[in-house]
Every structure is written in C-alpha cells, then in structure tokens.
Design a binder for this molecule. Sequence first.
Ligand code: AMP
Length: 309
Amino acid sequence: MTQETSSPSQPASSSPTATHPGCMAIARTKAELKASLANLRSKPSATLALVPTMGALHAGHIHLIEQARRHTDHVAASIFVNPAQFAPTEDLATYPRNEAADLEKLKKAGVSLVWMPTADAMYPAGFSSAVLPPSAASNLESDHRPHFFQGVTTVVAKLFNQVQPDYAVFGEKDYQQLCVVRALVRDLDFNLEIIGAPTVREPDGLALSSRNAYLSAKERTIAPSLYATLKALSREIASGVDIKVAKTKATEKLLAAGFSKVDYVDVRDAKTLEPLTTVEQKASMPDNAGRILAAAWLGNTRLIDNIPL
Ligand code: AMP
C-alpha cells in the first residue's frame, strides 16, 4: 500500500495517494507508484522532476532536490540500492541504509513522492534485459568497475519509464555518470531533460558521499587532499605544465598524502569525456570545457571526485 507521512515522526496515514502540500506519498510497489503518479498528474500542466538516489541521504542529495524544486511543481525521489551496479566483491550488503532518516529529510525538503521499490519489484524473477551503456561509459570508472554503468543505465531507464518525469536531476559528483545519463536520454529519446547539479562539499573540500561514513578518523583527515590535489592539478595545467607530467605528480601527491591506491587521475573533454593530453589542446578550448576526474582508495574506501578545468 502507498504510505504517506504527514509528519516525519508520525506513522503513515491511511490515505493512499494524497499529495497536497506537507504530504509525501511513499510507494513501494508499482501499483502504489501508479496511483501516486496519477494523483500528482491530476492537474495536466503540473510538471514532475525525479531525483534518483541510493539513500543514506546527505546535503548533496538535498541540494539536488532543491534544484529540482526550482524547475517543477512536484519532485519525486527514488531510493533504491541497485544490486545491478555492484560487483560481487563490492559493498552492496554493507552500503549504508537509513530509511527513517531519509524519509524525514525528503519530507522536510518538500518531496511529493518517494519511490522505494524492493529489489524483487525492480528485478522480478525472469528479468533478463539490459541497456547497453553509451560510449561516455568507456574507460575511467569502467576500467575499474566494468559492470557498473550497465547497472546504472538499466536502472535509470527503468526509473524513467516507471516515473515518466519531465526532468531528472543528477549530481556532478558522479560526473561520468551524468555524461552517461545525458547520452542515454539523447540516444534513446527519453522525453525528459537532465539537470546537472554542482557537488556539495564539506568545509574542508571533501565531496559529500554516503560512503564517507566508511572512513576512519585518520582516513577522514587525509580525504580532503583529493580535492586539494585536483585543484592544484588544474592550476598547473592552466599555467602550462605538460598534462601527463602534472597527472603523474598529482598521483604521487595522493599516494604521499596516504591514499593506498590511485585508480585514475585524468583530464577529459567535459562534454564528450575524450582524453585531453596536450596543453595545446587545452589552450584551444574555452574555460571549463575540460574536466579533471579522479578515483582513489583510502584503505577499503574508494573516493571519486572531479572539478572543472
Ligand atoms: P547516490 O545516492 O550516491 O547514488 O547519489 C544519488 C545522486 O546524488 C547522484 O546523482 C549523485 O551524483 C548525487 N550526489 C551524490 N553526492 C553528491 C554531492 N556531494 N553533491 C551533489 N550531488 C551528489
């Protein structure tokens, strides 16, 4: 049954799909989702944005919702820890989950509908289809998580088909993912607009992430050096240092700071994600047309970050 919270601390009310201000519908089955969407769409001109998440919500996620609210009448958020984007060796079982706190935050942020399907509802017995990721998925994350983007494109396509939003908001924090989703929408003619939202950071520069909860106190003190190193790399390239030399130096800096392994530090075209290898290439581009992306390990925690060049 569709649940609603009229106040975060109160139990769900019995009315299945009310969506007037202050009410947040919670759908856990496709039937509940359909009923809630019909309610939201009862005024034909009302627009809807979707903010897909895996829960364990932080201020970065809430920022996406705020962006969504600027564009639309209604915001739907999904919470689904998508098994298809985790390899068997990854942290699916331990991924942080905090449903009660998440619902409280979403309600406070003004979300009208939360779609939180079970894994069985999303991938029922016999499910065997997949959406082939676009070329933006090549390299970077895919070199280290080869299964990842097919899991993302498949679940995002399903979410778009299920919710049929007018807009969907994704964070620049997962920059390659944002490029992949943009290409997916373009290539497969999804009838919606993708909005990219800037990365929200801690005061010391660390990008907010649900996985930051894994960091030990010592690792947490090292973590901000990822952002600091990317900024230094950007300054070096802007001042004319050879890109390959600057990337090597950045990798060495991260290892010296205490990162155990660097998966990549790379400089790419911000739109196509094609590699940028020479200062001349960079010089011929407008500001912010490049992107620096990195992934590095602090103990058992893998951090990713990126900044404009
Ligand atoms: P996740 O729950 O990690 O799958 O993230 C859901 C959405 O939130 C994705 O579009 C992410 O890019 C975005 N996101 C995660 N962290 C941040 C952040 N620090 N700032 C802005 N957006 C973020």
